[in-house]
Design a protein around this ligand. Structure first.
Ligand code: M6R
Length: 360
């Protein structure tokens, strides 16, 4: 069942190249190099999108917000479903609710969807489980096709959600004619190349995670810092670490550190930095310098050319723009995994947690 892997979580992390291939299957028009999402063709392009989700799926939504806003120019709000449902949100009929859920059974996500439907707002579901409540109740559902996810810690499902959010932003961007020239065809090329790159890279990522885990296993707290599209990844890295290794971890927008949290920095409170090569890298680097000035240890997940001297660098291959995420995400997942294994934790069945949160 575990296909030779020690844990479902590891198996599912290593399935990500196949997940990407399956997510793309039938959703690309290779001749015209465009995205094809026929289930959306009959729908109006939403004026605004409200994403509702929980946990890892919420982090996927925060990431997708960047692409939907920059490529499709659709204003997007993202909210934790358990907050949204009790907030008396303002609904407009030309808006859309995008409910993201791996299981399709998360109680708060479902309640948020139902609330929106009562107010006459269209619901688009992004969901992995065929026949689940989200898949059945949404007006339109896009299935993420990641295959069954057994491990409580969600890994490959997030990868599939991010691929679909990328496709959605390209699709609406083309329909609205807001996509910068050549973005769609070059991102499609990058997406098609990803499975092969990731397949080769995953064993290397795992080895690096195995090297780093013993060096950081005595830490009781971690910061995960990122900016822009790396901020949701920082949140996700921290969630994975706390969920399976029981080490306290906080994901923070790097620029917020000086507004309070930096007071916590000391040698035993390391920082895992998302220092990928994007327009915000110089800002992230200056935040890391401030951490180092307080004797904080730093692991930097970075691309070649990263030139800040830190305790440990973790270099990943370059990918096109936002597609670097698909190499950074498994690095975060594998770091949490190897920390938990090193500490002897029950990776697939972490304490106090269930795979689907079907009650409030
Ligand atoms: O099935 P869903 O995507 O709706 O689940 C949402 C969260 O419960 C889930 O992502 C949870 O945070 C994971 N255990 C994280 O690894």
């Amino acid at each position: 069942q575990k296909g030779g892997y020690r844990h479902f979580m590891l198996k599912e992390i290593f399935e990500q190249p196949t997940v990407i291939t399956n997510c793309l299957a039938g959703r690309l028009d290779l001749k015209n190099r465009t995205v094809s999402l026929p289930e959306l063709d009959a729908l109006e392009i939403p004026e605004q999108i409200q994403i509702v989700a929980c946990g890892t799926s919420y982090h996927a939504g925060l990431w997708g917000q960047h692409l939907l806003e920059s490529w499709a120019q659709i204003p997007v709000r993202v909210e934790i479903a358990s907050e949204f449902r009790y907030r008396n949100p303002i609904f407009k009929s030309e808006d859309m609710i995008l409910a993201i859920s791996q299981s399709g059974e998360t109680a708060d996500t479902l309640a948020s969807m139902r609330l929106a439907k009562e107010h006459g707002v269209k619901v688009l579901g992004l969901c992995n489980v065929v026949g689940s409540s989200v898949a059945r109740e949404a007006d339109t559902t896009i299935l993420t096709q990641a295959g069954p996810e057994i491990s409580v810690a969600s890994t490959k499902a997030m990868c599939s959600q991010l691929i679909l959010l990328t496709l959605l932003a390209l699709y609406w961007g083309r329909r609205k004619q807001t996509l910068p020239a050549n973005v769609e065809s070059s991102i499609i090329t990058g997406l098609l190349d990803l499975p092969q790159i990731l397949e080769a890279e995953l064993p290397l990522l795992r080895s690096r995670a195995q090297e780093l885990a013993p060096a950081y296993s005595t830490a009781r707290s971690f910061f995960y810092l990122g900016r822009g599209m790396s901020f949701p990844l920082a949140l996700e890295g921290a969630l994975k670490l706390k969920e399976i290794s029981y080490i306290h971890a906080e994901g923070y927008a790097a620029g917020e550190m000086k507004h309070g949290p930096i007071a916590l920095i000391e040698p035993e409170f390391p920082t895992f930095a998302l220092a990928l090569n994007d327009a915000l890298l110089p800002k992230t680097v200056s935040n890391l310098v401030e951490v180092q000035a307080r004797n904080g240890k730093v692991i930097a997940l970075c691309h070649s050319g990263f030139d800040l001297e830190v305790d440990h660098t973790w270099e990943i291959p370059n990918a096109q723009g936002p597609l670097s995420t698909f190499l950074a995400l498994p690095a975060l997942q594998l770091f949490a995994y190897e920390m938990a294994v090193y500490l002897g934790k029950d990776v697939d069945q972490p304490r106090n947690l269930a795979k689907s949160v079907t009650v409030e």
